[in-house]
Design a protein around this ligand. Structure first.
Ligand SMILES: NC(=O)c1ccc[n+]([C@@H]2O[C@H](COP(=O)([O-])OP(=O)(O)OC[C@H]3O[C@@H](n4cnc5c(N)ncnc54)[C@H](OP(=O)(O)O)[C@@H]3O)[C@@H](O)[C@H]2O)c1
Length: 272
C-alpha cells in the first residue's frame, strides 16, 4: 500500500471512524484518499468536520472511489449491504471485513468470484489506538493483501495473523478480553478500598498497574513468569498475595473464561 492507495469505509460508526482516524494520525493514508459511506448523515458530517475525509450516503460511491474497502457495518446488516455491492466489487479491490462472526465464505459468496477478502477481529481499545486485531486471509487474497491489511490495523494497535478457524478463540481472548480486564481492574481497586484507600486513588493505581505490567511485557523480552519472579521476594508481600490468588482459582477462571467465550462464539457462528 502506498500513499496513493484509496481507502473506503462502508459504515463510519465507532470502529470505522476509529480506523480512519488512526490511518490519518499515523500518516498511513491522506484524507483526500479516504471515503466513508454511512446511513447516518449526522455521523458523516461529524467525520467530515473531524478528519476532512469524503463522505456519502451511497455505498456504491465508496466502491467506485476506493482500492481497499473496509466493511465496518454491524453483522446483522452485512447481508443486505453485500447484496447492494454484488457485482460492483471486482478482483482489483481488496475487501476487509471487521464484522464479528461473519465467515469468509459468506463474504466471498456474496461478493462474487475471485474477490480478495481479509476477515479481521479487532477489539474496543482500537478506539484509542491500542487495539489487538487478528487477521485471516480469504481464499483469493495474497500474502501482499494480508500485509496491506496488517498495515491498516497497525495504525490502531497491534496485529496478529491467524487461520480463520482460530478467530473464535481470538474472540474469546482479545475480543471479549477487555471486559475481563475491567472486572480485574474493579476487583483490584475493591481490594484497595477494602484496605482503606479512597476509590479514586485505588482505581488509578489499579489501572496504571495493569497498563504498566502489560507494557513491561510488550516492550521487553521476558516471559510473564520471569517478570512475576522479579517482584516476588522470598517470604515477602507479593508471594503472600499470589498464594491468595492461586487459592481463589484466578488462573483457572481466566482459562475457563476464554474457553467459554470461544465456545459461545463457535455456537453463534454455527447458527448463521
Ligand atoms: N465495537 C467493537 O468493539 C468491535 C469489535 C470487533 C468488531 N467489531 C465490528 O465492527 C463492526 C462495526 O461496529 P461498530 O461498533 O463500529 O458499530 P456502529 O458504531 O454501529 O457503526 C456501524 C455504522 O454503520 C452504519 N450503517 C448501518 N447500515 C448501513 C448501511 N446499509 N450502509 C452503510 N452504513 C450503514 C450505522 O449507521 P446507523 O447508526 O444509522 O445504523 C453505523 O454508523 C461490527 O460489525 C462489529 O461486529 C466491533
Amino acid at each position: 500500500m502506498d500513499s496513493k492507495t484509496r481507502i473506503g469505509f462502508i459504515g463510519g460508526g465507532k470502529m470505522g471512524g476509529a480506523i480512519a482516524g488512526g490511518l490519518l494520525s499515523r500518516g498511513v493514508a491522506e484524507a483526500s484518499r479516504i471515503w466513508v459511506s454511512d446511513t447516518a448523515k449526522d455521523r458523516l458530517q461529524e467525520l467530515k468536520d473531524l478528519y476532512g475525509i469524503h463522505t456519502t450516503t451511497e455505498n456504491q460511491t465508496v466502491v467506485k472511489n476506493a482500492d481497499i474497502l473496509i466493511l465496518a457495518v454491524k453483522p446483522q446488516v452485512m447481508g443486505p449491504v453485500l447484496k447492494g455491492l454484488s457485482g460492483a466489487v471486482g478482483r482489483s479491490k481488496l475487501v476487509i471485513s471487521i464484522a464479528a462472526g461473519i465467515p469468509i465464505a459468506f463474504l466471498e459468496g456474496h461478493l462474487g468470484k475471485g474477490v480478495r477478502v481479509i476477515r479481521t477481529m479487532p477489539n474496543t481499545p482500537a478506539l484509542i489506538g491500542e487495539g489487538a486485531t487478528a487477521l485471516a486471509r480469504g481464499s483469493h487474497a495474497s500474502e501482499q493483501d494480508l500485509e496491506t491489511a496488517r498495515q491498516i490495523f497497525n495504525a490502531v494497535g497491534q496485529t496478529v495473523i491467524v487461520p480463520e478457524e482460530q478467530l473464535d478463540a481470538v474472540t474469546g481472548l482479545s475480543g471479549s478480553g477487555p471486559a475481563y480486564v475491567f472486572i480485574i481492574l474493579e476487583a483490584l481497586s475493591d481490594g484497595g478500598v477494602r484496605m482503606g484507600l479512597p476509590r479514586d486513588t485505588a482505581l488509578v493505581l489499579a489501572a496504571q498497574t495493569l497498563l504498566g505490567a502489560a507494557k513491561l511485557f510488550l516492550t521487553g523480552d521476558k516471559h510473564p513468569g520471569q517478570l512475576k519472579d522479579m517482584v516476588t521476594s522470598p517470604g515477602g508481600t507479593t508471594i503472600a498475595g499470589i498464594q491468595a490468588l492461586e487459592e481463589g482459582g484466578l488462573r483457572a477462571a481466566m482459562i475457563r473464561a476464554v474457553e467459554a467465550a470461544t465456545l459461545r462464539s463457535q455456537e453463534l457462528g454455527k447458527a448463521k
